[in-house]
Design a protein. Structure first.
Length: 741
């Protein structure tokens, strides 16, 4: 047997780089990246034919200050390169891996890293194929059986491989979290790992070693099936695509040789659990181990391990055998109840294997199966009852755990998402800053693209009517109250139900003598939880991207916030997800309808809701009046403070939005009838006849989109109605003598 870090023993077959690449399925014609870093801190990489990888590593050995890594997956190359290859250069997915660092804040010890590997092995149904002691941790590798789907010769296969690694990374991350540990996001196609048989010089020099573990090669369909059972959504653009699963495969059925290996591992695990329970039987009351765990926690952990083995469906462990381990080894003073244990396992008997994360498999259930014989009150504290204060405390603690898990998942996705970011592109020179496009309006002077906006007000101030009026105007491509509107596709998320919107939409179409194309105005009839996230939010983001919506309405913020504390930092998660929705639009914006507090000031609750907004409109209405004032309280890239007076007119059982007085309404109608050329020339005569105007001045004055303004500017310069003077646009000679058009 070969000892790894901390005395852990595995198979007696030691693995070097040549054997490791052979196990990873490397064949002639495939290339491997060999990467190095010396004491000078300089990183170097060479992509070499796999046949020469071992000899290249040998040529580097003997340099005690040299760290050496290899690419897990084969990569494209020409024999020599100064880079290791990118994700798009990878030619085949060879396996699954993890990098379990033993250091503060990650894995507290080798035993913790081993526990993570054991739990992942239970999920996959086999130990790793290879285990590498990386010098300061463990790197398990589960290697795939070769198949055509693993050869990344199409974009679809590459996307599927990326998604698979995303799912696997989420599983490793959450399994580590269940063990009180953290792992780095290292689940990219172009991942490099430590070469066994070299030296890790990160801190004190430590040799790296690799052994052939007990695991068999994994079929790809098996792995897809297992990860899909965990409902792990990839974070990539095709997160909603379902992985194919072959329902004819019996996932817990192994061949005779593989079954023998697994049986041996299970017997070894059972002996270890029995020895641990024998030790616990002699503990004095109140004793705790170095990690602060008492006998109950230690017994529960052992029970979890037994339950996980049993749930995996392996032949070597039956229900009776699992119970026998506890009855033979558990503390003998009545602390374990055979009936409760039996009932807990019996309730799991007919369930499919691997339907929950490892640490959830048995620990929580078996805590309720432990009966401390120290009186009824103590028994209730262990078993738990809905009427007990202790039970409520446990429920609250579990809720905090679930929230922490969701937050960990969000942070993991965020960390993983930046691995391929071009950070150099985040910096702009002064010239590049000047070249940035002016924010294009969606509605002249009211809404712009690329923005997170809010319309806020007290109850019954017609907030939703106004925002719906905006939305339908943009979806139909008609001016809003005399202001130029950019036509975009609209998604209206009706958190308070869609039924009232139907009559409002019909009346709007009647008042405007204008129908709205159904594909340009879409309503979601239920809210989406922006606090807890999950598959519902993931689907929404994909739906917005796929259908290229340019304006998304969230009505109302309270309905979209789920169980978030409206006055606390929980709302920071909500605001972050609102921004994810904005980024998913087609160069568009997201707009939130929100309630104000009793003093009718800012949005009710957490101040960050408005702090992060690009624009905020406030709606005020006098009691009993149909008139409202719409005031711009914040406009990030423009003037705020403007007020638009509106009224709501009854029509066929609903209301339509109009200007507050008929004269203004008629002026708006007149302005709407002008062509873009007429609008620009009118502005030049009325506002800029003496001073001249820049193109940006004309955009602000007319509300025309940037593309339209530049197109009309070019036409007017060509026909002489405008000319350029000292960098400004001025009226041409004929216009100066002819007056306004």
């Amino acid at each position: 047997m070969t000892a790894l870090d901390g005395g852990t023993t595995r198979s007696d077959s030691e693995v070097g780089i040549a054997e490791l690449l052979h196990l990873l399925g490397r064949v002639p014609g495939e290339f491997t990246a060999i990467c190095t870093q010396g004491s000078d801190g300089l990183f170097d990489a060479r992509v070499v034919p796999t046949d020469f990888a071992a000899s290249h590593v040998d040529s580097l050995l003997g340099r005690d200050t040299m760290d050496i890594w290899y690419s897990v997956n084969p990569t494209a190359g020409q024999g020599s390169s100064r880079r290791k290859g990118r994700a798009e250069d990878v030619t085949r997915l060879a396996g699954l891996w993890a990098d379990l660092d033993v250091k503060e804040g990650f894995c507290a010890s080798i035993d913790v890293a081993e526990l993570i590997i054991e739990k992942l092995s239970v999920v996959l149904g086999t130990r790793p194929t290879v285990l590498v002691a990386s010098g300061h941790g463990l790197q398990p590798i589960w290697i795939f059986e070769r198949c055509d789907d693993l050869t990344l010769n199409t974009e679809a296969k590459r996307a599927a491989a990326t998604d698979l690694l995303d799912q696997w990374g989420a599983l490793v991350h959450l399994t580590a979290a269940e063990c009180g540990a953290k792992v780095d996001p290292v689940f990219n196609l172009d991942r490099i790992l430590r070469v066994p048989g070299t030296v890790n010089n990160k801190a004190e020099p430590v040799p790296t070693r690799g052994v052939r573990d007990a695991g068999e090669f994994l079929p790809l369909d098996w792995v897809r099936g297992v990860l899909n059972e965990y409902d792990l959504a990839p974070r990539g653009h095709n997160r909603d695509r379902e992985m194919p699963v072959d329902e004819n495969i019996v996932y817990n059925e192994l061949g005779p040789e593989a079954q023998a290996r697994v049986d041996g591992w299970i017997r070894e695990a059972l002996r270890g659990i029995g020895a641990e329970l024998d030790d616990l039987a002699g503990w004095e009351p109140g004793r705790r181990d170095e990690d602060g765990r008492g006998w109950e926690r230690r017994c529960s952990d052992a029970a979890y391990r037994l339950g996980a083995l049993f749930r995996s469906g392996w032949n070597a462990l039956t229900e009776d055998a699992a119970l026998r381990v506890f009855l033979d080894h558990a503390p003998t003073d009545g602390q374990w109840t055979e009936l409760n244990l039996h009932n807990k396992w019996a309730s799991q008997r007919d369930r499919a294997p691997a339907v929950a994360f490892p640490a959830v498999l048995m620990v929580d259930r078996l805590k309720n199966a432990v009966a401390v014989q120290q009186g009824p009150a103590d028994r209730r504290m262990v078993l738990g009852s809905p009427d007990d204060e202790a039970f409520e405390r446990r429920v609250e603690a579990e809720l905090l755990t679930l929230r922490a898990r969701n937050e960990a998942r969000r942070r993991f996705d965020a960390e993983s998402a930046v691995t391929d970011t071009d950070f150099d592109g985040e910096y702009l020179s002064g010239g590049q800053l000047d070249d940035l496009p002016v924010p294009e309006p969606l509605i002249e002077g009211v809404l712009v693209r690329h923005a997170y906006g809010i319309t806020r007000g007290r109850d019954a101030t017609f907030k939703s009517f106004i925002v719906l009026d905006w939305a339908l105007s943009m979806a139909a491509g008609v001016p809003w109250q005399g202001r130029v509107t950019e036509r975009v596709k609209v998604l209206y998320i009706a958190g308070e139900g869609a039924y009232g919107l139907a009559s409002r939409k019909r009346v709007w179409e009647e008042s405007h003598s204008q129908g709205v194309d159904p594909s340009w105005f879409v309503v979601r009839k239920s809210p989406v939880n922006l606090y807890r996230g999950g598959p519902d939010l993931d689907h929404l983001l994909g739906y917005i991207e796929e259908n290229k919506f340019g304006f998304v309405v969230l009505d109302t913020l309270r309905k979209m916030s789920g169980g978030a504390d409206g006055n606390g930092s929980d709302m920071g998660v909500v605001v972050d997800n609102i921004d994810r929705i904005r980024r998913a639009t087609d160069r568009g914006s997201v707009h939130v309808v929100a309630h104000t507090g009793k003093v009718d000031g800012d949005v009710r609750g957490f101040s960050g809701i408005e702090d992060d907004a690009d624009l905020v409109w406030s709606v005020k209405r006098k009691a009993g009046s149909t008139r409202v004032s719409l005031t711009c309280a914040k406009m990030k890239d423009g003037p705020d403070g403007q007020t638009i007076d509106l009224r709501l007119r009854e029509l066929n059982g609903s209301l339509v939005v109009e200007h507050a007085d008929v004269a203004t309404q008629e002026l708006a109608t007149e302005a709407e009838s002008r062509t873009p050329i007429e609008r620009i020339m009118h502005a030049m005569h009325e506002k800029f006849a003496d001073t001249g105007a820049s193109t940006k001045d004309l955009m602000r004055s007319t509300g025309l989109p940037q593309s339209t303004t530049y197109r009309v500017r070019k036409e007017l310069l060509r026909n002489g109605r405008l000319r350029e003077k000292a960098g400004q646009l001025v009226l041409g000679p004929a216009e100066v003598s002819g007056g306004p058009s």
